[in-house]
Design a protein around this ligand. Structure first.
Ligand code: C5P
Length: 233
């Protein structure tokens, strides 16, 4: 049984996914962490030498960068501890908290736009899903990674609601400078994720779409659990 949860940035995929996985005793993989881990490692290795956009990185002059990022993707793996997964690149572990930084969020859509990076990460994601009952959260799980998942969910919410939620999670008040920065970064990331040529952010045709603006986390979890129970075996 595989549950795919897709949606834009800060739509609640990880919190919902974690609770739903707990409910069924499944593993939970937040696939955004894979792209974030490569980005963190690339930043630490100073691979991004200039402001780089997804459009630029597709050009011939960035072939070397694409190759290096693909090399990192090929040695990316996850370490399971119970139902939680930690990201590792070439045996080098990265904590979830290291992957939230603003510089990671700036460059992660660039990394995620590279076809060969996505190809390498698809195998990691599929091997986690093949281990048994699993919940995977991301952008292209229902469309590309697990197109035959038994249960597909697409979580959506307005950018304002998502930015407020993320600001509160990080301890900033709504209306603060940090809240505004979160909104701007989230809109930029959504735009890149929706516009990219490969595996763009889009709901699968057979996904159940849940608008979460007016819902509490527990309501969303309940909706997803009840959708999954319709197909659980
Ligand atoms: O979900 P999260 O915000 O952590 O994802 C970080 C970034 O990773 C996204 O903005 C997107 O560029 C990329 N991503 C992706 N496909 C996924 C998961 C994440 O392209 N399945």
């Amino acid at each position: 049984m595989r549950i795919a949860i897709d949606g834009p940035a800060s739509s609640g995929k990880s919190s919902v996914g974690r609770h739903v996985a707990e409910e069924f005793g499944f593993g939970f993989l937040d696939t955004g962490l894979l792209y974030r881990a490569i980005t963190r490692r690339a930043l630490d290795l100073a691979l991004f030498t200039a402001p780089t956009t997804a459009a630029e990185v597709a050009s011939e002059s960035y072939e070397a960068l694409r190759r290096e990022l693909t090399g990192l993707a090929k040695v990316t793996d996850v370490h399971a501890s119970g139902t939680h997964f930690t990201m590792a690149i070439g045996g080098f572990s990265l904590s979830d908290s290291e992957l939230e930084a603003a510089d990671v969020e700036l460059f992660v859509p660039v990394v995620a736009s590279i076809a060969s990076v996505r190809d390498a990460l698809r195998s990691v994601q599929r091997s986690v899903a093949a281990r048994g009952g699993s919940v995977l959260a991301g952008r292209d799980i229902g469309t590309v990674v697990l197109p035959d998942a038994e249960c597909k969910i697409f979580l959506d919410a307005t950018a304002e609601a998502r930015a407020s939620r993320r600001a509160r999670q990080r301890g900033y008040s709504v209306g603060s400078k940090e809240h505004q920065e979160i909104l701007v970064s989230l809109l930029a990331r959504d735009a890149e994720d929706r516009a990219r040529a490969i595996a763009p952010l889009v709901a699968a045709a057979d996904a159940v779409i849940i608008e979460t603006d007016a819902l509490e986390l527990s309501d969303v979890v309940q909706r997803v659990v009840s959708e999954a129970r319709k197909v659980v075996r």
